[in-house]
Design a protein around this ligand. Structure first.
Ligand SMILES: [Ca+2]
Ligand SMILES: [Ca+2]
Length: 242
């Protein structure tokens, strides 16, 4: 676990990266990361901050971790509600079966390739789309906490309203440095669905429809190259990283 964190932070935490990588994978500190380290364990690593080890030993082909999660609405939102589209509460990163981190609320970024379907909401189309407000995007950060009330403003989720929204994953509170997402990790997306009623998070009369969305992993924010789809989910769903 420790090395996982430190390696993911190579670019920003030079000193820690030195300690984590040179003691475990040797060549990881060499040219393939661009970080100058001393390779003390196995052959093949180079000690210069450029180039990369192409002859022996070194792990020049180690894939870069995914650093962004993108969630795209797959509904055709109903503008007669004030929460059009899938209602996202939280994104959990699960490593080896345990909670490892949650989305960082402040990292929220709406993909420029998407737009709100509903500009106005409600039965008469004369209300703001309350739960799709940009100011609610940060509600996806941290552990799940959505609550749906009969008689006051709901908490803890944002309705996607046809958009794609990108996030980075932080620590177990949804803070700290961004975590890399690796093969065999899992992502659990909490969408406000009927389970919120059985869990006591929604009032008994809530429809709390399970709605559909697609999850993508990206190497960089806003960049399609290297992106991978984890598939679609309807309601709260756990996805495996290939
Ligand atoms: Ca939330
Ligand atoms: Ca829903």
């Amino acid at each position: 676990m420790r090395n996982r964190i430190l390696c993911a932070a190579l670019a920003g935490v030079l000193a820690l990266a030195f300690a984590a990588c040179s003691s475990t994978t040797g060549a990881d500190c060499g040219g393939d990361t661009g970080i100058a380290c001393t390779d003390t364990t196995t052959g093949g690593g180079d000690t210069t901050p450029s180039g990369g080890d192409t002859t022996s030993g070194g792990d020049t082909s180690a894939p870069a971790p995914y650093m962004w999660v993108m969630i795209c609405d797959k509904e055709s939102p109903d503008c007669s509600t004030t929460g059009p589209g899938a209602d996202i509460d939280a994104i959990e990163l699960i490593v080896s079966g345990s909670t490892y981190g949650y989305a960082i609320g402040s990292s929220a970024n709406v993909s420029s390739a998407t737009a709100d379907k509903c500009s106005m909401c409600g039965d008469k189309g004369d209300k703001e789309c309350k739960y799709a407000a940009d100011s609610f995007l940060s509600r996806i950060g941290g552990p799940r906490d959505a609550m749906v009330y009969a008689d006051k403003t709901d908490d803890g989720y944002v309705s996607l309203n046809s958009r794609c929204v990108e996030f980075q994953i932080g620590d177990k509170t949804g803070a700290g440095i961004a975590q890399g997402i690796y093969s065999s990790d899992k992502l659990k997306v909490y969408e406000v669905d009927p389970s919120y009623k059985t869990d006591g998070r929604a009032y008994s009369g809530c429809i709390c429809k399970a709605e559909q969305y697609e999850v993508w992993l990206r190497l960089n924010q806003g960049v399609d190259t290297g992106s991978v789809s984890l598939g679609t989910g309807t309601g709260t769903t756990t996805f495996s990283v290939p």
